[in-house]
Ligand binder design. Structure first.
Ligand SMILES: N[C@@H](CCC(=O)N[C@@H](CS)C(=O)NCC(=O)O)C(=O)O
Length: 238
């Protein structure tokens, strides 16, 4: 059985959190929407009456007959199966909790460029975007990054991982979060990075993992772009 990842073909987006886990675990997968007619296949699962448990939105993972949606849910599944999560229930729930918190921040980042409606162009909500980004940078990023920094400091295993002494999918997602934030808000992150050294060390440590480094250098890694969640709009950075 080969996993099928279904996600928008031209952005990293939320699918990237799943791609990183698949790549780090060395799992074979098909990035369906990036194959010929694959995007139509993906949309079929959302709309067709024969799908009894339809996903609301991509990303979703097809594992045999299972169709699993919601990024954190997919990672919960993959983490347990492929050694990217702790063995204990408490450890798994803690890792899942961290992932859900990352997902919350990802949603807030998305809302900086689309504070009014996803269906409107950025150009039609620029004023609101500017106000929203200001508060993200001044209040929300310090709160979220400070939280993850504390989690790293308090990890009793004293490692550069969020949970225990080995890598979990939450670390891969924290890496992606920092990479995305550094792309979208270079000025803010130059400042904030200095205040969150453990988080920056985590990012650097994941970046040099052989499978992640090979993946990021490959054509499988879609470049950051301005259709994505993390967008570089210099006017929103401060
Ligand atoms: N909570 C979901 C959010 C999924 C989501 O918002 N997917 C986006 C792409 S990143 C989408 O295609 N949304 C369509 C919509 O919300 O109508 C997750 O974490 O996977």
């Amino acid at each position: 059985m080969v996993y099928e990842l279904h996600y928008w073909p031209t952005i990293q987006g939320r699918g990237e959190f799943v791609r990183l886990a698949l790549e780090e675990a060395g799992i074979r997968y098909i990035d369906v929407a990036r194959t010929d007619d694959g995007e139509d296949v993906m949309l079929t699962y959302l709309d067709d009456a024969h799908v009894t448990r339809p996903p609301f939105a991509p990303p979703f993972l097809k594992a045999g007959k299972l169709i699993i949606a919601q990024t954190a849910n997919i990672l919960l599944f993959l983490g347990e199966r492929h050694g990217l999560a702790p063995a204990t229930t408490s450890g798994r729930l803690w890792t899942h909790q961290l992932q859900l918190t990352i997902a919350d921040l990802v949603g807030e980042v998305h809302d900086t460029h689309h504070p009014i409606a996803s269906s409107l162009y950025y150009e039609d909500q620029k004023r609101e975007a500017k106000r929203r980004a200001h508060y993200l940078i001044k209040e929300r990023l310090p709160k979220y990054l400070g939280y993850f920094e504390r989690v790293l400091e308090r990890n009793p295993r004293g490692s550069n991982f969020l949970v225990g002494a080995t890598l979990t999918y939450a670390d891969l997602s924290a890496y992606q979060l920092i990479a995305g934030l550094a792309y979208a808000f270079p000025k803010a992150m130059a400042r904030l990075g200095k205040r969150h050294p453990n988080l920056m060390r985590l990012h650097a440590g994941v970046a040099v993992r052989p499978r992640i480094a090979a993946y990021v250098a490959s054509e499988r890694r879609i470049a950051h772009n301005e259709d994505d969640i993390f967008r570089l709009y210099p006017e929103l950075d401060e």
